[in-house]
Design a protein around this ligand. Structure first.
Ligand SMILES: Cc1ncc(COP(=O)(O)O)c(C=O)c1O
Length: 462
């Protein structure tokens, strides 16, 4: 089989194949909002369609492409590993590449997290952290935050405080307790009985891009210490430079007991997840020779994932992209925040490094209130589409809505964004936000179509 010939021959069939064999609802979504493009090539921060048009990717595969797509150093490392015909997944062995990646991670993770466990995804790293916390403390309860997101396997979903993702999949693990994000009093109440294994949270909630007050995470860490619970920092999204530091916890001076990572460590090319944790926790789990494989996964530590991780860290460490992300984020915020005072729908622009949100809300003036209400009544959070859709269709910028039912548009660009990209974003956002304030206007014609679709969808009409 020649895979490139196959791609060439059947290039146009992707949506039909998905409609028939995968998830037709996803195809309907893409077609409804005009996101049904034929991307045929990808490089750095850009996607290219069949006509050769270039798109700026502010979604980065939900955050995996910190270094952009098809980074040459990562691609080369993978090609070299394949060409070398290395032994892989011997299992009853100790592979060199996983040792080297663990050694490298230990050097960059917060102090004391000297043991590394490898998995294949973010949700698997969360599962491991939950199991390790229970085993190490001998306690069952896990406290998690409302609005948080930790993955969609059952354990991680039991710790995910988003009703949209939970709907239809219950009952969840009964020992999981939800607290509001940012509320130390509620956290203390949940921990005070000293029966909680761990408090799990994202340092910055990815869904909605909610950044906590400066004293929240240090306060949470102190409460965990006081009541004998472990602190799990889920840095699957915020880790590895995304926020302008290696780890988002560094912004808050917090040292977690377990830290989950995934996404960017893959270089966007080979799935990987990892947990860095304190040695005593690890020793409780893998406590005897007959427990040496008591937790693990067949493909964890596979050579390609390890090579992708090593190459990603090498580039991040040597090319200065984390400082670049911090500075680029500051500039982009400074560029976009003035729009909040100019445009009524835009309530806030917030972010840290290369994770950023534009939050929209109900306007004051009557002329703008009515169309807002029309969309919100049809489907909460629909307004965001008035922004993300023209960003793609008019400006060729790929972005996302930050969470179900939220009027928050989220940007998670690769860390390698250029000055030209920044100008591209600022011009595009200014244009689409201004356009949304022209009532009546093209944006609202589209708004009406969206509202009608949403109502038909709710009524089960396709
Ligand atoms: C904070 C956080 N944790 C866990 C996950 C789950 O990762 P994965 O999709 O690789 O399972 C995600 C994915 O978006 C995430 O953002």
């Amino acid at each position: 089989m020649n895979i490139l010939d196959l791609i060439e021959q059947r290039q146009q069939e992707n949506f039909a194949l998905h409609e028939q064999y995968l998830n037709p609802q996803m195809v309907s979504v893409l077609k409804t909002i005009g996101f049904d493009r034929h991307y045929v090539k990808a490089q750095g921060a850009y996607l290219f369609d069949e006509r050769g048009d270039r798109y700026l990717d502010l979604l980065s595969g939900f955050g995996v492409f910190a270094l952009g797509r098809n980074h040459p150093v990562i691609v080369q490392a993978l090609q070299d590993v394949l060409a070398a015909e290395l032994p892989n997944l011997v299992q009853l062995d100790a592979s060199l590449l996983s040792g080297l990646l663990a050694e490298r991670l230990q050097k960059i993770t917060p102090p004391g997290l000297d043991r590394i466990f490898f998995a294949n995804s973010g949700t698997e790293s969360v599962e491991a952290a939950i199991k390790f916390s229970r085993c190490a403390t001998g306690r069952a309860k896990i406290v998690y935050c409302q609005g948080g997101y930790h993955g969609l396997t059952l354990g991680a979903l039991s710790a995910t405080g988003d009703p949209h993702f939970r709907s239809g999949f219950g009952p969840f693990l009964p020992e999981f307790v939800e607290v509001p994000f940012g509320d130390l009093a509620a956290l203390e109440q949940a921990l005070a009985r000293q029966d909680v294994a761990a408090f799990i949270t994202e340092p910055i909630q990815g869904h909605g891009v909610w950044i906590p007050a400066a004293d929240y995470l240090p306060g949470a860490a102190a409460l965990c210490r006081r009541y004998g619970s472990l602190l799990i920092a889920d840095e699957v999204q915020t880790g590895l430079g995304r926020t302008g530091k290696w780890w988002a916890v560094e912004h808050f001076g917090v040292e977690p007991d377990l830290l989950c990572m995934a996404k960017a460590l893959s270089g966007g090319l080979v799935p990987i997840g990892a947990v860095a944790c304190r040695p005593w926790i690890f020793d409780k789990v893998f406590s005897r020779m007959d427990r040496a494989v008591v937790h693990g996964s067949t493909f964890g530590k596979n050579n390609l994932a390890m090579a992708a991780g090593l190459a990603t860290l090498e580039v991040l460490e040597t090319e200065g992209w984390i400082d670049h992300a911090a500075e680029m984020g500051r500039q982009l915020l400074a560029d976009l925040q003035p729009l909040v005072h100019q445009y009524e729908y835009l309530k806030a622009v917030r972010g840290l490094g290369m994770i950023m949100a534009l939050e929209f809300g109900e306007p004051k003036s009557m002329a703008l209130k009515l169309p807002w209400k029309m969309l919100e009544t049809a489907n909460r959070g629909l307004f965001s589409q008035i922004i993300t859709v023209p960003l793609l269709t008019r400006h060729r910028i790929l972005s996302q809505v930050a969470g179900h039912g939220l009027n928050v548009v989220k940007f998670m660009p690769p860390l390698i964004l250029t000055e030209a990209d920044r100008h591209w974003i600022v011009e595009a956002v200014t244009d689409v936000v201004a356009d949304a304030h022209r009532v009546p206007g093209a944006a609202w014609d589209f708004g009406k179509t969206l509202a009608t679709q949403a109502i038909r969808n709710r009524a089960g009409v396709r």
